[in-house]
Structure formats: C-alpha cells, structure tokens
Design a protein around this ligand. Structure first.
Ligand code: SF4
Length: 367
C-alpha cells in the first residue's frame, strides 16, 4: 500500500536497529508520551529490535486514561439529569468512574450515545430540540480544534441545546509537570506525532533547554519510530539534546496555524485535573466566556460524591511512567479488556490494554 509499505520495510528497519545498537553505549530511558506509540512499539516488536541499553516507557498520552475520576463522575452525573442526551467518543463509555460508568448510566436509563465526530453530536442536538445534548470533550491538542469547530457551528446555526464538557488537555505542560516531579529519570522523549501536527515543534523547546532531555517527534509506522529512537540515541550520546522532527511528512515546526487559531478563538488556557498526576496549571482548555452558553460546566450543576480510585489499580503510576502494567498485581489476573478495572485497560490507547493485547510478559531490562 503506497505511503504505508515504505514505512514498514523490514530491511530498512533492521538497518536502523543496527545503527541504534552501534550508537548506543550507555543505558538510557525514553518515554513515548503517546499511547498510540506504545501500541505501535509493541505491535511491531520494536522493544525487541532495539538494544537492551534503550528502555522504552509509556507516558500519559492516552486521553481516556488521564481523565480524572472526578471529571468522569461529573460526566456520569450529567448523564443522569432529566432530558439530557450525553454524547462521547467510544472508549469513554466503558471507563469505570468512582461509582459507575457511562455504560452503567445508560443501562439505568440515561440516554448516552457514542459519536464518531463532534459534528455528529451537533446533529443530534439539531434533531432533538427538546433535549439538552452534552458532548464529553476529551482529548489533546489533536481533537480540541474539532470541538472548537462544533461550538462555532452550533452558534452559527443557532442551536441552543448543544453543550460541551471541556476536559481537553494540553501536552507540553504535563511533560513539564512530570519532569519537575523528578519521580522518573528520563533521557529522551518520543514526542507525539498527531499532537505535534497541530502545535508544531516549538512548544517542546523548553525540555532540552531547561531539563537537558532530548525530544524527537515521531510518526506511528515502525520506521518512523525507529528513526525517532535513532535520533534520540544520537542526541543523548553526543550530549546535545534538542527538538527534532522525525515525522516531516506530518509536522511543521510552526504546526497548523489555522487549527491553533480555531482553538485559541474558542478556548482559553486553564488548569486541568490529570489522573495520577493531579491538577496541572495551564494544561487544560476552558471554553471562553463569550461561548459560555455552550459550556456544560457553567450551564448545569451537579454534585457527584467525592471521587475514589479503583482498589489496587496502578493506572496513576502507569500514566506517570513510574510503573509498567506488569507491576500492577491485577494485570491479566483480575483486570482484562473484558473486565477492566482501570481506564488504561479500557482505552484503545491505554498501556495496560497494549501490554495485554501484545502478550507482554516481562519488563525488558531497564534502569
Ligand atoms: Fe489499572 Fe488494570 Fe492497568 Fe492494573 S492492569 S493499572 S488495574 S488498568
């Protein structure tokens, strides 16, 4: 398949892996921020291809996983309000909140619907003028422009029963929070491809400058990831950390200005609550005052019970890269994709789901 096969060429992959092995003289730890990268790394056997000196750790780049229990509980409480239709992307519906899930709310009679785009949610609002349609807005910089577009469309078409619960998050501030915590030592970051299509490479520049950590933006095919690791290893070995783009067919240094303008027009920066990390300043997107008629947080009032985490679940540690899924005692015994205990096993981008799906049974040697 054109544009795919050339990024999956096994001969080139072997050569890149040999390059990495030749360059790598000391043990290093890299974090792949994005859950999509974790899945690709396991799917294509990249852990086995790179030398044992390179440890790959999964990070917080799974939007469903990082949605805090308190926020999820709020979404579930909203779903139970009378005359409300709750719309959300697929994975969210099965994630266990503190006491329930959107799936259970649906079984109890709440009108909860899965949508494939934010515009579908606007269309549902248009078709149901007697109901309030709330879209649960999760995701990173990649999805925020589409959510902004849905709000603008609702405004243009005078749709007055469409609302967004904005749980959207920003990537660079949480990277900063992880590095500031010092909990896990990192030498390099495999920066997210899709997020960087929108924001470009400049927002990561503080990472090599202030923390001495190498940053390379990667695509999602095996050669993209191997090239990214090769660039990271070279930067680390030469002691010259910087931001590089190893995904030039998708990412420009300045990002997508149109999408950025759309986001900035509808949203302003605020704090966000991250599962396992807590409240991180300037890492969330709040709907601007001029669009508050669409802001579910402002229009509806719910008071869910205090949140609690699933007993024994180490999703918070997995999200911070402080543990791998194998270090959770519930992994595979109690917690499975059919009967998930935490969001990292529910989400198609979750690290626990990836470890389960690709049969990972041991941590490869690391730091
Ligand atoms: Fe949570 Fe299940 Fe992952 Fe354990 S295996 S951290 S319970 S999602």
């Amino acid at each position: 398949m054109k544009f795919i096969d050339e990024y999956r060429n096994s001969e080139l992959a072997r050569k890149l892996a040999q390059n990495i092995a030749r360059r790598s003289t000391r043990t290093i730890r890299l974090m792949e921020f994005c859950g999509g990268h974790t899945h690709a790394i396991l799917r294509y056997g990249i852990r086995q291809l790179v030398p044992k000196t390179v440890e790959l750790r999964s990070g917080p780049g799974c939007p469903v996983c990082v949605t805090a229990s308190a926020d999820l509980d709020k979404a579930i409480a909203l779903a139970h309000l009378p005359d409300v239709i709750t719309t959300t992307f697929g994975d969210m519906i099965r994630v266990p909140g503190s006491y329930s899930s959107l799936q259970k709310a649906k079984a109890e009679g709440a009108d909860v619907r899965i949508v494939y785009s934010t515009i579908d949610a606007v269309d549902i609002a248009k078709a149901n003028p007697g109901k309030s349609v709330i879209f649960i807005g999760i995701g990173f910089e990649t999805t925020a422009p589409t959510i902004a577009a849905s709000i603008l469309r609702a405004q243009q078409e005078s749709i007055e029963n469409f609302y967004v619960l904005s749980l959207n998050k920003f990537t660079p501030p949480v990277m900063k929070a992880l590095l500031d915590s010092g909990e896990i030592k990192l030498d390099g970051i495999v920066c997210p491809g899709h997020v960087s299509v929108i924001i470009g490479s400049h927002p990561y520049e503080f990472i090599p400058r202030d923390y001495g950590v190498a940053c390379v933006i990667s695509g999602f095919e095996p050669l993209d990831i191997l090239l990214c690791i090769d660039r990271l290893v070279e930067q680390i070995e030469e002691g010259e950390p910087k931001v590089e783009i190893a995904y030039p067919r998708g990412v420009k240094p300045e990002g997508n200005r149109k999408a950025q303008q759309l986001m900035e027009h509808v949203f302003e920066i605020g704090e966000a609550n991250w599962r396992g990390i807590g409240v991180v300043p300037e890492s969330g997107l709040k709907i601007r005052g001029k669009y508050e008629q669409f802001d579910a947080d402002k229009v509806f009032s719910v008071s869910p019970k205090p949140p609690k985490e699933p007993k024994g679940c180490r999703c918070g540690d997995v999200i911070r890269g402080a543990a791998t899924p194998l270090e959770c005692q519930l992994f595979r015994n109690v917690c499975t994709p059919e009967s998930p205990v935490g969001p990292c096993m529910v989400s198609s981008e979750g690290a626990c789901a990836a470890y389960y799906q690709y049969g990972v049974t041991e941590n490869l040697p690391g730091l």
